[in-house]
Design a binder for this molecule. Structure first.
Ligand code: SF4
Length: 321
């Protein structure tokens, strides 16, 4: 289908929304960011929830299936030297990839078909809010992937504390709803997993309590894994000031990475004690929404080598800088 000049212009993502392949605990990992196909053009929660998130207002708004089709063709060309080597594909759409109003089934199927024919891809993750994770959606993902592929949901849980998650972040995600996500994922086990996002040092918590809070969030995830028989991996994201975050919490500082290291060491010990199956990935891509880019760059110089090494080895020795 021929796109209008305005639509065609939006197909190629701006550089800040382009992730690069990185080595992670599950092999070479690549995140692809598609557009949001919602009738309103964006994540339905962007205006009312998630005080830390500017991503729901990112570049990929007001997309159609035809535009996402073209974006996939672009990704195929752009990353051509990596296909056949990527092991973990992560799919974003500035919202919920399993909400058919934000991401049509045609688009979902297109991406699944693409992932299915690449033998190297063993894990495909879909970023999604809890409301849209149900048995039917999981069955669709499983039907459209290979038997040696795991499908997972990236769940922006952020914090086990209701005070933080529902109170400070205004993310209306109850623990009952998180349990329901795990129950739905269990229907596809062992071909399913949950990738639980942990926001380190969220508004309202800092210093040692932030370390304790991150550890408690991981403990909660590990408990869900045990009770539901669904593997849980963790994405650990240090807090940075975004537009929404800074407006709501102007005095809350960016995450202190010395504390993040302490939390990561404690978490990796917890995981090992539990059997060691879950992985822990430190993510740092903010898609250009970090309001302190120079500070970020300085911190990156100091800490990124340790995080990158840890992401591969999962060995706490790599965090001792
Ligand atoms: S965190 Fe997710 S659900 Fe919340 S506003 Fe951002 S994109 Fe939407």
């Amino acid at each position: 289908m021929k796109l209008s000049p305005e639509a065609a212009e939006k197909v190629i993502p701006p550089p800040e929304s382009m992730f690069v392949p990185v080595k992670g605990p599950l092999g070479l990992r690549l995140a692809l960011v598609f557009g949001n196909e919602s009738p309103d053009g964006r994540c339905p929660f962007f205006q009312t929830q998630c005080m830390h998130c500017d991503i729901g207002g990112g570049e990929g708004l007001g997309f159609s299936h035809a535009m996402n089709f073209e974006r996939l063709q672009f990704f195929k060309r752009h990353f051509r030297e990596y296909w056949g080597q990527i092991n973990h594909l992560v799919v974003y759409n500035y919202g919920s990839t399993l909400n058919p109003h934000e991401f049509s089934l045609e688009t979902l199927k297109l991406i699944l078909d693409f992932a299915r024919q690449d033998e190297a891809i063993k894990r495909v993750s879909f970023d999604c809010r809890e409301y849209f994770v149900n048995e039917k959606a999981i069955a669709f993902l499983i039907e459209n992937t290979r038997e040696d592929q795991i499908v997972s949901i990236t769940l922006g849980f952020e914090s086990q504390s209701e005070e933080v998650r529902i109170g400070h972040l205004k993310k209306q995600m109850s623990k009952e709803e998180v349990e329901a996500v795990f129950a739905a994922m269990a229907t596809g086990s062992p071909r399913t997993a949950v990738e639980m996002n942990v926001l380190f040092q969220p508004p309202g918590v800092a210093g040692t309590p932030a370390v304790e809070e991150a550890v408690a969030t991981v403990e909660y995830g590990l408990d869900l894994m045990t009770r539901h028989g669904v593997r849980v991996d963790f994405n650990f994201h240090p807090y940075y000031p975004s537009i929404k975050g800074s407006e709501a919490y102007p005095d809350h500082p960016r995450a202190r990475l010395e504390d993040a290291i302490r939390a990561l060491i404690m978490i990796s010990r917890k995981i090992r004690k539990q059997g060691g199956e879950s992985s822990l990935f430190v993510g740092g891509n903010d898609e250009g929404h970090d309001l302190q880019p120079s500070l970020k760059q300085m911190k990156q110089l100091l800490y990124d080598p340790a995080f990158a090494a840890f992401n591969i080895s999962q060995d706490e020795k790599d965090l001792m800088i």
